[in-house]
Design a protein around this ligand. Sequence first.
Ligand code: PEP
Ligand code: MN
Length: 454
Amino acid sequence: MTAPGEILHTGAAEYPGLDEWRRLPISQQPAWRDHPDFESSIEALSAKPPLVFAGEVDKLTRRLGAVARGEAFLLQGGDCAETFHGATADRISARIKTILQMAVVLTYGASLPVVKMGRMAGQFAKPRSSDVETRGEVSLPSFRGEIVNGFDFTEESRRPDPKRMITAYDTSSATLNLVRAFTEGGFADLRAVQQWNKGFTSNPAHAKYESTAAEIDRAVRFMEACGADFEKLKRTEFYAAHEALLLDYERALTRIDSRTGKPYVTSGHFVWIGERTRDLDGAHVDYLSRVQNPLGVKLGPKTTADDVEQLIERLDPHRVPGRLTFISRMGAEAIRESLPPLIRAAQQTGAQVVWVTDPMHGNTITAKNGYKTRHFDDVMDEVRGFFEVHRDLGTYPGGLHVEMTGDDVAECLGGSDVIDETAFDDRYESLCDPRLNHKQSLEMAYLVSEALAH
Ligand code: PEP
Ligand code: MN
């Protein structure tokens, strides 16, 4: 990450229009405004220092502008839902390591820089399909992510608690501190990352990726022989992203940059609007249209060309390259049909948007033993569909958005080092959606890299 920008103020930002969203329909929020700790929690958050800085955020917009032009590739990865207890040094470093490993493989395949971004340091709020969860005779509020309530199925734990926003802020802050230390302190050393990748290909299940791994190895040695500055390659930019779902939290962490006089969400560099909250007349689109951060919007299979045009009008009226990233999550079955009209619609507006594939959320199934899961082959089929669609249209497939972890969990089925349902009882850890494990994530990177190279 870069030097801090100019956000000097603390206190909730005063800026015309920033409270418009309060008058609009809003979904997916906890009913906690009357909670005795609500006001004091908002006040406390409003006085906290920003987690990210305007200068970094603007730099990311420029990087995403390069992605929109086809000059870089975007990798977004991390948990479906981060947890407070999961913010340990080991787990955070494993996740960053995996993203860095994937990025090296993708950089080689694309012959382009990779913009690295974690669904990290703020990914605590979850939209749910129902407000209540019923088990047997008992109905309780749904789990909305640890920033709102607890996962345990008890009345006490499921009661929304605004003080959790403070814990989410503190956990994000600790996570970001580690992220900055790792990625700026030598952890990103290209040669070390390449060395870790050797561990992956030494597994006989991954022998088919050995030739690509050997090519990357040769490329690194070539750079060494040419006298490349590996000291510089020890550091990398790494950005934090999350779904801007909980507007009470985002509003309290919005600050005015003293350089530009404009509002920035300082809870993360990049924020996205989910499939369930991208209503054009709703609170989320209104609020995020008023902040400077680069934005993502998830697009499911029912999205229309008109939706895309309107989203561009609302969120990128000035056609800033990289301001808007569309994250399509169509499902492997639908992507080849559903995506092309949306890309064409965006093209007609003149906006330079980034197109990213989220091959996870359209491919969720329930396993025979009841676990929510995804097949690695379905996930890869959607990724292939995404590349095919862009190749046919002559547009640029800008990146990947994946739910993944650096740990050896068993949550998604398949992969060359096969995961099957029998492993779920012991190694299924996600509180929300199933993630690719470390090996499945790297395997995806190799497959995409090979596709990019051809
Ligand atoms: C998510 O990214 O975890 C999510 C809920 O996605 P979507 O809004 O695409 O359903
Ligand atoms: Mn998810």
